[in-house]
Each structure stands twice: as C-alpha cells, then as structure tokens.
Design a binder for this molecule. Sequence first.
Ligand SMILES: [Zn+2]
Length: 311
Amino acid sequence: MSEDYPRTLLELERRFGSEEACRQYLSVLRWPDGWSCPRCAGRRHRSVRRGLWRCQDCRFEASVRAGTIFQDSHLPLTVWFRAVWQVTSQKSGVSALGLQRVLGLGSYKTAWAVLHKLRRAMVRPGRERLHGVVEVDETYWGGPEPGLIGRLTQNKVLIVVGAEEDGRGIGRVRLACIPDLTTATLHGFVQQAVEPGSTVRTDGLRAYMGLTGYVHERQVQRDQAEGEHLPPRVHRVVSLLKRWMLGTHHGAIGAAHLDDYLNEFTFRFNRRKSASRGKLFYRLLQQAVQVPPAPFQDLTRLQPLGGRGVK
Ligand SMILES: [Zn+2]
C-alpha cells in the first residue's frame, strides 16, 4: 500500500469528518492484506454491522479498535485522529492541558490518558537497533541540576542515551530509564539498543568494561570538573530532551512516566528529517493499531524504574 496521509489540517478535516472514514483508514493500516481474526488469525469473516466483523472460524467478533490502543476508549475516532494530528504536526508535540483545550475534551484526565496511550504506540515493535558508531552515556532527570559530585544521585532518575554518529551530526537515538549504573544494566542497554559489531563509545565508567560483541572505545576523563561531561551527540540530545520536558511539559514529569516521555521524544527525534509531518501522523496511527491496548489502570500504576525494560 502506498503511504496515504493528510498533508495539512484542512485535508485532515476534509477526509476524517466521520467515524466511518476513520474506521476505513484504520482498517487499511491494520489489515493491509485484508481482515484477519485477532484471536485465531483466520481470514474468513462476515460483516455483523458497520465496523464489526465476525470470524467464521472461531466466531470472535472484532472491530478495528479491538486489540489496539483504541480499545475501551469512549472517544470517537474522529477525536483520536485529531489528537494524533496535534501530537505529530507540531514540532514539540502537545501537553495534556493543551490537548484538552484544543479538542475541547471533558477532562484533563482524558487528555492525559490519550497522550499516554499514544506514547505507548510510539515504540515500533521490532524496530532496528542503532549501528555504526554510537555514543553512550547517562544523565539524570529531577533534583537540582549542575554541581552534583561524581555519580551520586538522590531522588533523581537515571537516563541512558545512545546516539548514532552521522558525519558530524546525529543519526538515530535510543533512550531508557535505568535503575542503576551496574554492568548488567548498562550492558543490557547496549545489547538492546545497539547492533552487535558496532563501535560503542563510552566514558571511563568501569561498568562498561568487558562489553563483548562490540568495538569499545573508552575515553577516560581524568580531570572531571563539576557538572556533566557528555560526549557531543549525547550532550545535544540531552539538552533537547530537557528543553522539551521543561518547555512543553513544564518539567511536570514524574519518574513513573518518564519512559513514556522518552518514547515520545525518541519517536519525534528519529523522524525529525521526515519530509512531511503527515507522514508522522500515518506512522503513529499505523503503530497504534499494532500495539496492544493499555488500560487506564496500567497507565497510572506506578512502575518500578526500569521495570519495563530498556528500549
Ligand atoms: Zn477467529
């Protein structure tokens, strides 16, 4: 299927004014080769009513929303589509309060849940790992900023960043919340984020030693002054990340949800050279029908740091 998406807000408004139009669009994204049963993968089906199909093999009834992030949502798809447009068409995305206002949503809680569900869809299942030369380093979120001594941390969240070298610029990135700076954690991140055989560039932290399957370039900084000394690409990524979190979200991001914000930042950063914002709209909806639903209880449940693994 060729990638078909609205290029402007006006186009979005014209095309997706009805539930039926939105359902049609999602159906094609979800089942590009024709309907298949979410339960038994059977293909024989019958239309029960508009937007609902019954599997002829196991009799399961599935709408285009079932088994996706749109399941159990009382919001019309027309509203979801506009939320996706807001999130993808603006360079910095949108805050929950901003989304509530612009879409006239009944509550802040609803707007917040919409954004968090979309963030879950921002990680593409089976995405490629970083490769080539990759800088890896850690930073903190929360607590007082500069002047921290060494790597001691109090009430701060650790974030590890991997950034591909692309000439003098930055390629793609991966970010994750991590519970500690142990060998197991850091090696685990590298293995999940970086293709074996790549060159991994770290500072002198001992925990990175013994990294197998990679070319490890270790740069020991002897005279470490105050503050953080990050390699140039990681440094740029971290300052963009913090500017975004402090700007769009006013810094109001708790440790429990940081992973979701990192997902959104990564999604946008890795597609920053995309020719069209509409393409991001397309990608996000495509991924939204491929990831399982995230019930509200799941979103609000406190997650242990690093509990959902590194991404
Ligand atoms: Zn079935």
